[in-house]
Write a protein that binds this ligand. Structure first.
Ligand code: F7E
Length: 326
């Protein structure tokens, strides 16, 4: 029997790399869209894929170029497409709203339209985000909670969500959105707060840094593990009918709690090293995100059971071991 083919945009990122490994394990033929700069600088841009580079096929393309995405859809004819690529750093979306909106909204539109033209039977997963809930209208948040985004990033994800739903309703395509809450891992980018904390704590322990400068320590997030969340992405588009699902842990923790566990794990007192820098505060903050995953549990049979402390400790230990060796 022919293998099922999956195409992943954003395959070089945290989620893309875990998803590629997971799908390979399930017997999929895995294809990825990468920018030319990534192909030219594999050491820095493809480190997350080093475990599976020989088993996947990469295609040059960009979210800014409809023709490149269309051509990839024609060449690959995927059975499933996971659209994960985006400008995903919320803080940056305040500095450059225009690039964030153009890349994220047009990029999603191009992926949907290219699939409709080249392979209309392809099942599409769109990476929506808890940032769409923004100034939350209820706690916890579920699929029916009204969106109130608080950044250009959140707005771009609302538009992508609506586009995805409209391709489903208007053109009968199989297109689902996963409304994922924050998800982290040792593969997280260094600009996100969890990895900034774990990597800087490790550097302080090893005498490579003196201080950790952070913004709002009281901000709260529902932080889960990326490796578990990619399984939910796959499950979502195996259902009989396309739909949208909230994925999270159902627990919320503050940035300060993350700091305390991370520093504690290395035997460091955060009071000595952590300082507040106003430049890391955002013009508008999302204060209390926490997921209600009742629907995903009921319909996808998806469960999450990694304690928050284990996630923090895994990230800190990984950074510490890596830095010690290198
Ligand atoms: O910030 C606070 C900051 O940048 C988390 C993306 O994957 O999840 C992610 O977005 C919180 C915020 O992630 C610093 O104010 C304090 O409240 O790690 P983050 P995010 O903005 O929540 C959602 C679901 C996505 O979809 C996004 O793509 O931490 N914070 N001090 C800080 N944040 C950063 N980055 N740096 C600080 O120094």
């Amino acid at each position: 029997m022919a293998k099922r083919k999956a195409l992943i945009t954003g395959i070089t990122g945290q989620d893309g790399s875990y998803l590629a490994e997971y799908l390979l394990g399930l017997g999929y033929e895995v294809h990825g869209v990468v920018r030319r700069v990534a192909l030219e600088d594999q050491k820095h841009r493809m480190w997350r894929l080093k475990g599976c580079l020989g088993q996947i096929e990469l295609h040059c393309g960009s979210l800014e170029s409809y023709p490149s995405l269309y051509q990839i859809m024609v060449d690959v004819k995927p059975d499933e497409c996971y659209h994960l690529a985006a400008q995903s750093f919320v803080a940056y979306s305040f500095e450059d709203e225009f690039t964030t909106l153009n890349t994220n909204i047009n990029g999603t539109h191009y992926v949907l339209s290219a699939a409709k033209m080249a392979c209309p039977e392809c099942r599409i997963y769109f990476a929506a985000s808890s940032e769409m809930f923004g100034k939350v209208e209820e706690v916890p948040q579920k699929e029916t909670t009204r969106f109130h985004p608080r950044s250009a990033y959140g707005i771009s994800k609302c538009a992508g969500f609506d586009l995805t739903r409209n391709y489903r309703e208007a053109y009968g395509m199989y297109a689902s959105s996963g409304i994922l809450f924050n998800h982290e891992s040792p593969r997280r980018g260094y600009e996100f707060v969890t990895r900034k904390i774990s990597s800087t704590a490790a550097r302080i322990k090893l005498g490579m840094a003196d201080k950790l400068y952070l913004g709002n320590l009281e901000a709260k997030r529902d932080w889960g593990h990326s490796r578990e969340y990619v399984k939910a992405m796959h499950l979502m588009i195996q259902q009989d009918t396309p739909d949208d699902y909230v994925i999270g842990t159902g627990e919320t923790h503050s940035v300060k709690e993350f700091v305390d566990i991370a520093f504690g794990e290395l035997g460091l007192d955060p009071g000595e090293y952590v300082e507040i820098d106003r430049k890391f505060f955002r013009p508008a903050e999302v204060d209390l995100l926490v997921a209600d995953t009742t629907k995903a549990e009921r319909e996808l049979n998806w469960r999450y059971d990694i304690p928050f402390e284990d996630l923090v400790m895994e990230m800190v230990r990984s950074d510490y071991e890596y830095l010690k060796k290198n």
